[in-house]
Design a protein around this ligand. Structure first.
Ligand code: CA
Ligand code: CA
Length: 298
């Protein structure tokens, strides 16, 4: 298995100029070692932002990018998330005026939580189960330069807590080799990520990278046990939610024989609109089918 060391980091998904650190074959399993979103710089609960801000790049170091042989513009990169191995601790930080509860925060505050048995943390006497997920994951975009704080059609900082081991993701390939990377793993996170952090942790992630030739959707898709979902990011949740329901309708129109109006009924029956996050530069909504509806291939 090829491994990508955590020292191979990037801070923007860029349509031009992303230099691959490794080349892998179609169908290869690849292990990514990631740092937490603070680049491992919050080493103690006494560390403050002004102590570390001069030390380097902004948040969300992302491991990669990896060039996938055979992936060309117009294709889709299929990413099976096989395993997420959490680090030995998780870190959280709140600051006044930052995030969707920032007005309630009195002062900058850092907490570091040891991880017990990779299954839970002790949050001041409250046992909080872990559910490791990937915050930043994606490919080189069609155009522009998207920092790793910002989600969009290339993926990026979507902070979807359903991106856990066992799911499969589909990203539109716009640059040769796709140029895939991931980072910003959370041990746990609530929908919304209201304080602009989850349980931030270094981690090791195994994925299988495959190419779906000649098929592409505009937005990243997700699948687990025959349940499909799409993730859309826009300036407002309303816009993101609208993108997501129409993207799912369009996806199913191309892949089922269900007539248009019945499809809209079905989405009203079993389509769940949910918030991924409300704190990144663009906000992310997922639209997920609650159950499978028969054989659907990407
Ligand atoms: Ca994030
Ligand atoms: Ca994060």
């Amino acid at each position: 298995m090829k491994e990508i060391a955590e020292k191979h980091q990037f801070y923007s998904f860029d349509a031009q100029g992303m230099e691959p650190v490794e080349r892998v074959g179609d169908g290869d399993i690849v292990r990514f070692h990631t740092q937490d979103c603070y680049a491992g710089l919050l080493k103690t609960e006494q560390t403050r932002r002004e102590d570390i801000v001069h030390l380097g790049p902004p948040a969300n170091p992302t491991t990669g990018p990896v060039y996938v042989e055979g992936a060309e513009p117009g294709d889709t990169l299929k990413v099976e998330v096989l395993a997420i191995y959490p680090g030995d601790h998780g870190t959280m930080r709140v600051r006044p005026s930052v995030g969707a509860l920032g007005d309630a925060v009195e002062k900058e505050h850092v907490r570091i939580f040891p991880i017990h048995s990779t299954e839970w943390i002790d949050f001041d006497g409250l046992r909080v189960e872990l559910r490791p997920m990937i915050g930043v994951i994606g490919v080189a975009p069609k155009e522009g330069n998207w920092d790793t704080d910002t989600p969009y059609q290339h993926g990026g900082n979507m902070d979807n807590r359903d991106i856990t081991a066992g799911c499969t993701l589909y990203f539109p390939v716009h640059q040769p080799g796709a140029l895939f990377g991931l980072g910003d793993v959370h041990g746990q996170m609530g929908d919304g990520e209201v304080c602009i952090c989850g349980l931030e942790m270094a981690a090791t992630v195994d994925v299988r990278l495959s190419v779906v030739k000649g098929r592409q959707e505009a937005w990243p898709f997700w699948e687990r046990d025959g349940r499909w979902s799409v993730m859309c990011s826009e300036k407002t949740l309303d816009e993101a939610a609208k993108d997501a329901r129409y993207a799912m309708l369009d996806f199913l129109k191309k892949r089922t024989t269900i007539p248009n109006d019945e499809l809209t009924m079905l989405l009203s029956l079993i389509g769940d609109t949910a918030v991924c996050q409300v704190v990144d530069p663009l906000q992310t909504v997922r639209f997920t089918l609650r159950q499978g509806i028969g054989q659907i291939a990407f």
